[in-house]
Design a protein around this ligand. Structure first.
Ligand SMILES: *[C@@H]1O[C@H](CO)[C@@H](O)[C@H](O)[C@H]1NC(C)=O
Ligand SMILES: *[C@@H]1O[C@H](CO)[C@@H](O)[C@H](O)[C@H]1NC(C)=O
Ligand SMILES: *[C@@H]1O[C@H](CO)[C@@H](O)[C@H](O)[C@H]1NC(C)=O
Length: 407
């Protein structure tokens, strides 16, 4: 890609002083003396010049001619184009993160060292990682698990499903129960999909809103996706807060570590929110004076302020740091100080304490209460199986939808 920028720069800025790429140097590339020679590379086996980044001859069908180095000279090499790779000792390039040359159920993964060191682009066949349970599918390009039949990592209009090759596939066919005829796209059930605000895409491929759904919001008489902002004011999440025998109901609640202020919106604790300049939002949503001097951080447990880096308010081996989870552009400056180990949150310690406590378990790097919805999607709960692994499991009769976004 960088090479194309070089070429574009040479083509379009003829009078600007542009540093030519190495292969435009006649001493290094014998082809550079020819007309348009800087677009040509020398191929040592037949002594001819070929156009750079061309696929096929003298390379194989799927490889492209790329600049490489031999001694001090720039010579042509056949390499796989970006996004593809080849098996060692072969000349065919296959798309990465798909089955390619692999057995059913495996995918073609980049061998990272070959990409970094020599730009050779080698691949190998690997098995997808196991996700917590069968409602989740592994997506090789980002190494994450997504709920089956949700949009997940797919483009709008397609949904993630298990393909014929045993790998996750973004797909949409007219036979799918998720198919919406009007625009030819597929959408997750209980997501807004192609529907108007206040309606959801429901089984039966229709837009609607049923007051019986947990997604129903009484005040606006509409239905909204769970774990989204939904009909709520800023800083809220529309989520199921309790599961009762009469069915569950979503409601607007403040996001974690947020409090509702007088204006009805929720703000991250210990940020300014709607308060006066020298104030911050406290637990309970009141505006209180920032108790700290310049450059100091507030430690809620101690109700005092400390310098970043201070060891005192923290446990042994830890020190005080800025709150990593606050996003200044969205939340404003946070006065909250957190104890960290090295440069990271002290996850390890917290997690082992969490697993030892009765009724709690570590999941995705956080501590949660077992047998509750916790971090799981609506209709599922967090359970521990006989091997001690924690995972989200669909409740009987539950509607399993998209996993809650990290808020
Ligand atoms: C993946 O989905 C696309 C689009 O629906 C489909 O054409 C293709 O056959 C699927 N691939 C596999 C391996 O199932
Ligand atoms: C639902 O909304 C209606 C009309 O706004 C209202 O009369 C009713 O009391 C509400 N019910 C609940 C449970 O909030
Ligand atoms: C469930 O519904 C019944 C009958 O309508 C009612 O008596 C009971 O209080 C409800 N339970 C809860 C937890 O809302």
């Amino acid at each position: 890609m960088a090479a194309w920028i070089w070429i574009a720069a040479l083509l379009y800025s003829s009078h600007a002083a542009v540093l030519p790429p190495p292969w435009a140097d006649v001493r290094r590339n014998p082809c550079a003396s020819r007309p348009r020679g800087w677009l040509m590379l020398y191929w040592p086996s037949d002594g001819k010049c070929y156009t750079i980044y061309k696929k096929g001859h003298p390379c194989s069908e799927t490889q492209e001619l790329s600049p490489g180095r031999l001694g001090g000279r720039t010579v042509a090499e056949c390499k796989c184009p970006p996004g593809t790779a080849q098996l060692p000792h072969t000349k065919t390039c296959h798309k990465l993160f798909e089955r390619g040359p692999c057995r059913s159920g495996e995918y073609f993964a980049p061998v990272e060292e070959s990409f970094n060191m020599r730009g050779e682009r080698q691949g190998m066949c690997v098995r997808p990682q196991q996700c917590a349970d069968e409602t989740l599918l592994y997506w090789p390009p980002d190494g994450r698990c997504y709920y089956r039949l949700t949009q997940g990592p797919c483009y709008t209009g397609s949904i993630l499903d298990l393909g014929d090759d045993g790998l996750a596939n973004c797909t949409c066919t007219s036979a799918s129960p998720h198919y919406w005829e009007l625009d030819g796209g597929c959408y997750a059930h209980y997501s807004r999909g192609p529907c108007e605000r206040g309606q959801l895409f429901l089984p039966g491929a229709r837009c609607g809103c049923d007051p019986q759904l947990p997604h129903y919001h009484n005040a606006t008489a509409g239905c909204y996706e769970l774990d989204s902002l939904g009909p709520c004011a800023k800083g809220h999440v529309f989520a199921i807060t309790e599961v009762s025998e009469n069915g569950s109901r979503a409601e607007c609640r403040c996001k974690n570590f947020h409090a509702r202020a007088d204006d009805g919106a929720c703000y991250r604790l210990y940020t300014r929110g709607p308060c006066a300049e020298d104030e911050m939002i406290s637990r309970g949503g009141r505006c209180v004076r920032v108790p700290c001097g310049r450059g100091r951080l507030y430690v809620p447990e101690r109700r005092r302020c400390y310098r970043p880096g201070a060891a005192e308010p923290c446990r042994a081996g830890e020190h005080l740091a800025f709150d990593f989870d606050a996003r200044p552009a969205l939340d404003g400056i946070s006065h909250n100080g957190v104890c960290v180990c090295g440069n990271q949150p002290c996850v390890q310690k917290e997690m082992s304490a969490c697993s030892l406590r009765k009724g709690t378990a570590a999941f995705n790097g956080a501590c949660h209460i077992l047998n509750a919805q916790g971090p799981c999607s609506a209709g599922s709960w967090l359970t521990r199986d006989s091997t001690g692994r924690t995972h989200c499991q669909c409740r009987p009769g539950g509607i399993c939808t998209k996993k809650m976004e990290n808020s």
